[in-house]
Design a binder for this molecule. Sequence first.
Ligand code: 5AD
Ligand code: SF4
Length: 477
Amino acid sequence: MDILNKPSLSKARKRSKSKVDIVEYKVDEYIKDLGVGKKYLIQTHGCQANEADTEVMKGMLLTQGFEETSIIEETDLILINTCAIREGAENKVFGELGRLKSFKRINPDLIIAVAGCMPQEEATIERILSTYKHVDIVFGTHNISKFLNYLYIVMKEKKKMIEVLSKEGSIIEHMPLARDHRFKGWVNIMFGCDEFCTYCIVPYTRGKERSRRKEFIIEEVKKMIKNGYKEITLLGQNVNSYGLDFIDNKYSFAELLDELSDLPIERIRFTTSHPKDFSDDLIEVIAIKDNVMPSIHLPVQSGSNKVLKKMNRKYTKEDYLDLVNRIYKRIPNVSLTTDIIVGFPTETENDFQETLDLVRKSNFEGAYTFVYSRRKGTPAASYESDITEAEAKNRLHRLNDLVNEGYHSGNKRFENKIVKVLVEGYSKNNKSILTGRTENNKLVNFSGNEALIGNIVEVEITNAKTWSLDGKVVSNQ
Ligand code: 5AD
Ligand code: SF4
């Protein structure tokens, strides 16, 4: 076994001011055609950043001749791209790794690889090494570009390869990409996070904030437009701090969004925004530019000032509501969604009521809600808590009831209206029904011809349900 490097959370916490290098992706000559005649299967857990990383790793495999399969029994390689955000996400991966043991017994040549955020944690590496000995390759979020090198060593030299770097490296440009969708796609504008919310493992697993140079972002978007893409989603843990890490020039997220919206792309979305950096300039760009979609995901996490402070969120409930009101005033048609954590250490019933109050006042049209999960190595892991699991779950249920009302009234306001829908394909549940998203990111189902897939069409909404809208096609745009 080759263990080149193991992770260290205390090293991962460090932040340096040094300039981030930009490096061109290149494959070593000896790796060429490594996958001819071989199949791969990738399982992706977690957020959009992982989905985007999976598209890169697929691209790397496909360009060396590997073919994708969804059948475990016939694959030569299984890669699990993991998520560390909550214990539940990690348990899913451990369960999956346990299940794979029997496949490896039947096919000893099967290569099992683990990537993503979980390997960045010390405890996880130790657990994989001691309990899941059938895993062949482990690497993290900072060395994806070396994936094929590890694979080569395992395939040709029959060794195991473990390498996880604690410090983020350079930004690698022009990585291969095999996008999941043909009309909409992710565009990374930055990597990492410097916020250090006290509950969150992401600043440790994804490293310091590094923004991509606008030239590369614009080049990527132009290429997508040429290939028929209609919608892009700009990705970053906190897109509002885009550019703050540039040492030699000043360029903000609002400026980037403004510049990108001048390109002939129909729809631009972005995620995720931290409320503390959401500028009036940004509100203005969203308000003015027709191709910047009126749907904003603005995680609030809690409505209690005491809890927000303990979470290190750097804003108060009043700041947040003020921002929300400024957004509604300038963009009246906007749909706001959020993330909320319940059961954070020391959260009282009163604090929780403050959260419910904020949810009522913000008119959210959707929210991802979570029970706090203790993440080893984060500051909040050492906070005392006397909230029982039952109480936390009870708060989650009460919150979800309120959030669901928001989903429903957010959908209801489109009844009998004509909306523009990017048709994505057939519905998962009913193969004769088309499905797509409105500008406000609402899911719409309607009957129509296959030829509409990939187009933006006008749909009249006939019925609003809690999770989706029904409609009928009015015209092709
Ligand atoms: N426990 C519960 N939820 C968490 N999130 C991040 N860390 C934790 C944690 N330790 C949630 C936050 C964040 C979303 C992506 O996941 O709400 O916005
Ligand atoms: Fe985690 Fe906070 Fe960074 Fe979001 S902004 S990734 S919650 S540390």
